[in-house]
Design a binder for this molecule. Sequence first.
Ligand SMILES: Cc1cc2nc3c(=O)[nH]c(=O)nc-3n(C[C@H](O)[C@H](O)[C@H](O)COP(=O)(O)O)c2cc1C
Ligand code: SF4
Ligand code: FES
Length: 529
Amino acid sequence: MKKSTKLQESTVPEKIQEKGGLTPEVAKNVSLETGVPAADIYGVGSFFDLLSKPHLKVRVCTGLSCIMNGSEELLDLAKKEKLPAESCSCLAACDKPVAVLKDRFVLPNVSKENIKSAKGNWKNLSSDYLNEDGNWFGHIGVYKDKPLAINLGNDPAYKNNAFKKSINIGADGILSELDASGLQGRGGAAFPAGRKWRSLLDQKEKTRYVVLNADESEPGTFKDREIILRRPDKVLEGLAIAANLIGASDVYCYLRGEFQLPIKILNKAIKEYKDRGSFPNINFHVHEGHGAYICGEETALLEALEGRRGMPRLKPPFPTEVGLWGKPTLIHNVETIACIPSIINNGGEWFNKLGITGPGSKVYCISGNVKNPGIYELPLGVTLDELVNYAGGYIGNLKAFSPGGASSGFLPAKEKNRPLDWKSLSEVGSSLGSAGVVVLNDLNSMKKAVRETLLFFENESCGQCAPCRIGSRFQRESIDRYIDSNSSNDLNLVDDVAWEMEQGSICGLGHVASVPLTSARKWFPEDFE
Ligand SMILES: Cc1cc2nc3c(=O)[nH]c(=O)nc-3n(C[C@H](O)[C@H](O)[C@H](O)COP(=O)(O)O)c2cc1C
Ligand code: SF4
Ligand code: FES
């Protein structure tokens, strides 16, 4: 589809959504309205889960934490009860399993009773909606009496002083605080924020954008949801500081489409700031995703924002050089941005010293076999044992854990005292990723956990490059065959395929899609004999 070069109010995916989802009639009408060929409209609409099957109103999460809590049985029951239901990938509500999507709204803690009381009508399906006020477990961001960077415990005295201070200290002041803070991106890659901001300022092009990545779809991860719900003030102030520094007048916030409540809260906060005249000259735009994990990858996100299928671009050039509509773009994860006001207010050194083994505090998500799954802001580098202590303790005997979402694979119980930071976890071939920690006790089957994680990557591959498209299916089919046959011959080729995928894939999804299998075979050989 032809690249657009200007800001558009309503993109093709939005037009399809406005008309109720992709049908032949809708494709024809959107084509007439936009002049884009119907085949291209189909290409875009069929790419996104929430657009491609408008008749599906109930989606049951079959991500790992939900499966561990019986989501497969729940899905079978929903189908038996004649609800228009299908499985879906993680809904970023792993702390409240089983999560179910009703239209575009996430229903947490759905039980068999909830399904039965709907009596076959999806509109009747209900449980407690996610809400802003309570109904969650979390650590409010105070450690040993010291406040941490984000402080999810909402502090009404907070006055957004950092924006004013950032203007007073100017670009050099902001950049030197950012460097001193050691802040690394919280979206998974841990790239130093200071270096990213500097590289953007080096660009000759003066039209620049800031983009907030709130696509949060890595299984096990649900921190950005809660940061937006509880601290939209810090998110918007962080964005405003960044936009003011780089001279961007437009800030795009990309939230996954299943985040209807965070979308509402963010829009409300934007309106309040606008009414008060805060952050003058900055326009915030809230953009709703349409259901595709890959759109969390920064260049896929830019493609989706521009109204096309979310297929990752080749890098370089990086978004800081050629980003949204070809202009230099600063793109950050929600947590990274929410750290900025405290860094400006309290100084980079202050932030740096908050961590135990690395700079700053970190928002950890924990789910699976623990008593109080939730979001815990703690110093960077706490161990699994310490984190689980905050989460009320283990349920059963720890067997394995996934420290940073599906991409980080699995580690054995003996690593429970290893600091949960990027460096320490990379020493054992894993990663902190987005800090979506999932705990598995010895009642879980590693084969099943691996199989479901591989299926996730197969389903979410955008299909653009062969190693990932073919490889992710091959890995899942291999484990399926192995589960059926129990013959390790069926796993003979998986290491070679993993290498091909790591070497030949365009983006991070293909690079890590084999990690669940390779890590489980490495650490749990007895489960794969
Ligand atoms: C497959 C894939 C999915 C990703 N999903 C997300 C996501 O949901 N949220 C996010 O912030 N970053 C995600 N990332 C990382 C982004 O590409 C990018 O590194 C990040 O938005 C940069 O922000 P940061 O520097 O604040 O971490 C993903 C990367 C890959 C390869
Ligand atoms: S690695 Fe996978 S997800 Fe990434 S561009 Fe290639 S096919 Fe798409
Ligand atoms: S919401 Fe189900 S696994 Fe995340």
